[in-house]
Design a protein around this ligand. Structure first.
Ligand code: GLN
Length: 190
């Protein structure tokens, strides 16, 4: 490999700066994406949390098509997972219910068991979506109270919580591992 991984962060709305910060900490090169042509040559892409209705309206001017055409690994958190799911872009085979935790517990933190790891992962949930249905090809990597909260569908990784808001970088590291594997396989630009 000849340089840092170039990872786009959809920078329309939401907590894209926090994702960029984690990527930088892990030695990757974050690229803020606001126009479709900025997707060219990226090794991977993050769709951040925020407000899925706002993001879905603001990407209608070509970015939506760009996201559909993007061929590299994509990581969506919270609103990002909603956008990638069946009811929006339909790129990830999950049916997601928005704001599905009751008012009292709309935002909370919980320790999550991460597949293959002994140390739990702290999950920060903010008006989080719930995953109602998952397709047959979708792998569950973490659950909360028996419900999937971190999932992988091929080159897509989605989380209903916010790994970018804690100091634990393991979920982003997994995503970068997916990107590296894709680049090695010849799918990327390095
Ligand atoms: N509730 C937001 C939505 O429905 C998602 C919240 C988040 O991204 N933290 O889009």
């Amino acid at each position: 490999m000849t340089g840092p991984l170039r990872i786009g962060v959809l920078a329309i709305q939401g907590d894209f700066r926090e994702h960029a910060g984690v990527l930088r900490r892990l030695g990757a090169d974050p690229v803020e994406v606001r126009k479709p042509e900025q997707l060219d040559g990226l090794d991977g892409l993050i769709v951040p949390g925020g407000e899925s209705t706002a993001i879905s309206l603001l990407i209608r001017d070509g970015l939506e098509e760009g996201l559909r055409r993007f061929r590299g690994p994509v990581f969506g958190t919270c609103a990002g997972m909603i956008l990638l799911g069946r009811d929006h872009l339909g790129l990830v085979d999950v049916a997601v219910r928005r704001n599905a935790y009751g008012r009292q517990v709309a935002s909370f933190e919980a320790d999550l068991d991460l597949e293959g790891e002994a140390v739990p992962l702290r999950g920060v949930f903010i008006r989080a979506p719930r995953v109602d249905v998952i397709g047959p090809g979708v792998e569950v990597l973490a659950e909360h109270d028996g419900e999937p909260v971190l999932l992988r569908d091929g080159r897509f990784l989605v989380a209903s919580f916010h790994p970018e808001l804690t100091d634990d970088t393991r979920v982003h590291e997994r995503f970068l591992d997916m990107v590296r594997a894709e680049v090695m396989a010849g799918g990327g630009t390095l």
